[in-house]
Design a protein around this ligand. Sequence first.
Ligand code: FE2
Length: 204
Amino acid sequence: MKIDFTFVPKHYAPRPHEKMKEVLMDPTGNGPSIHYYMIRGGVKQRNITVWEPGTISGEYIKTYGHYHVGDLDETYWIIFGQGVALQQKLAVDEKGNMIPDIVEEFKAKKVKQGDSVYMPSGYGHLVANVGITYFVTADDSPVNFDEKNAVSLPGHADYEPVKKMQGFAYYVVESNGKPALVKNKRYKEVRKEDFGGLPVIEGV
Ligand SMILES: [Fe+2]
C-alpha cells in the first residue's frame, strides 16, 4: 500500500459559525462556534464530514451547500446518524449560466446510517443533521490540495449562488421534534418539488 502523506496537514478544515451566517435562515441566531468538520482525502481516500447536532433559531445544523463546477457527480455514504439531504438544480439562461433565484427542481430526502445519496452533476447539495448525535458521512469528491484556502477545498465547488440566496430554496427546521421545511422566500420560483414526505410549514 502506497499512501502519500504530503498533504496530511491540509486534510482537516472546520466550518465556523461566522461563515455559516451567510446561509442561515436566521443569521442572528445562536449557534456553535463550529458547525461541521471536514477531513479531506479526495477521490481514493474519500472525504469525511462530521456535523454537530443542534439548531440555530430552529434550523438544523447543515453544510453550507454548493454546486459543482463542470460535469461532476458525487456520492455520499451515511456512516452515522440521521439527516436530511437537499438537492436543487437551478434554471439556466440562454448562455447556460445558472439563474440563482429560479430552481428547476428541488428534492429533499431523509437519510440515515447505511444509506447513500447520489448527487447528480448540476445539482447543488447540502445535508442537515436532524438527530441528537453527530452526523457522519463519507464522500468521493475530488480535492485540489493546491487551493490556498483549505475550507474551500474542493476547488470544484461553487458556493456563490447559495450565498447570494442565503441558502437553498427550503430550510430544514425542527417542528414538534421532527424535521420540516420552511420556504426561503428569496427564491422567485421553484418549478418542481419533491419534499420526500417532509411537511412544509410557515416558520418556527
Ligand atoms: Fe459536492
